[in-house]
Design a protein around this ligand. Structure first.
Ligand code: URA
Length: 218
């Protein structure tokens, strides 16, 4: 749970029933062909009142088995970078993907699959209402910003998004392949996300510690 003050009014304990209902719907979803190949629906995990939300592309092999996003090697790198640069543990954030079921052979999700699944992500963003959404990689960045450029061109700044801002960065799998340079750029993007979060908290005028039982201010 987040121990710091929330950035502004957003997701809260009142969102939890709606988020659980959305998850129930997603778990039985057969609206696109990906349903037939999945082991598990990978809906999303984390604090339903998180100030920071990470959005990836789609579950991979490990995630399909575990039912949780970013649990493989790239997830472990993400956890480490988020802890080191944002000072947040995985459980303090909310993590989801654009598409909730694994595409066969880890191919990119098809436009029909994205269009069919998109309402789940939009509802997650609305209910969690994070101050900062961090998109991981080309796919999530293009989908959420509705742009055609890649993340290399789009990263380096923040974008208004929902009730907060969006910070694009590389996919951790790309950082694993790209080595130190990409990882350093990812770190810089996470520092940008940290500053955006601090700004949102400052403008909400909240520095009081959260109620530890709920992760919200008393
Ligand atoms: N890659 C993603 O985009 N999402 C996951 O959950 C795992 C790997």
């Amino acid at each position: 749970m987040c121990r710091r003050g929330p950035a502004r009014r957003g997701g809260s304990i009142r969102s939890v029933p709606a988020l659980l209902e959305l998850e129930r719907a997603a778990r039985s979803c057969v609206a696109c062909p990906l349903a037939s190949g999945r082991t598990t629906v990978v809906f999303g995990v984390g604090d339903p009142a998180a100030d920071v939300m990470f959005v990836g592309e789609a579950p991979g092999h490990d995630e399909d088995l575990a039912g949780e996003p970013f649990v493989g090697r790239s997830g472990r790198l993400l956890d480490r970078l988020v802890a080191e640069e944002l000072g947040l543990e995985r459980e303090q954030c909310y993590i989801a993907n654009v598409v909730k079921c694994r595409p066969p052979g880890n191919r990119d999700p098809l436009p029909l699959e994205v269009a069919t699944c998109r309402h789940y992500l939009d509802d997650q963003v609305r209910l969690v209402a994070p101050a900062v959404v961090v998109t991981l990689g080309n796919f999530a960045t293009r989908a959420l910003l509705d742009r055609t450029e890649g993340v290399t061109a789009l990263r380096g700044r923040t974008y208004p998004y929902g009730s907060g801002v969006l910070v694009p960065t590389f996919h951790p799998a790309y950082a694993l392949r790209g080595g130190g340079v990409v990882t350093a750029q990812m770190r810089a993007d996470l520092v940008r996300a940290k500053h955006a979060l601090a700004e949102a908290r400052a403008s909400a005028g909240s520095s009081a510690p959260r109620d530890a039982s709920r992760g919200r201010r008393p």
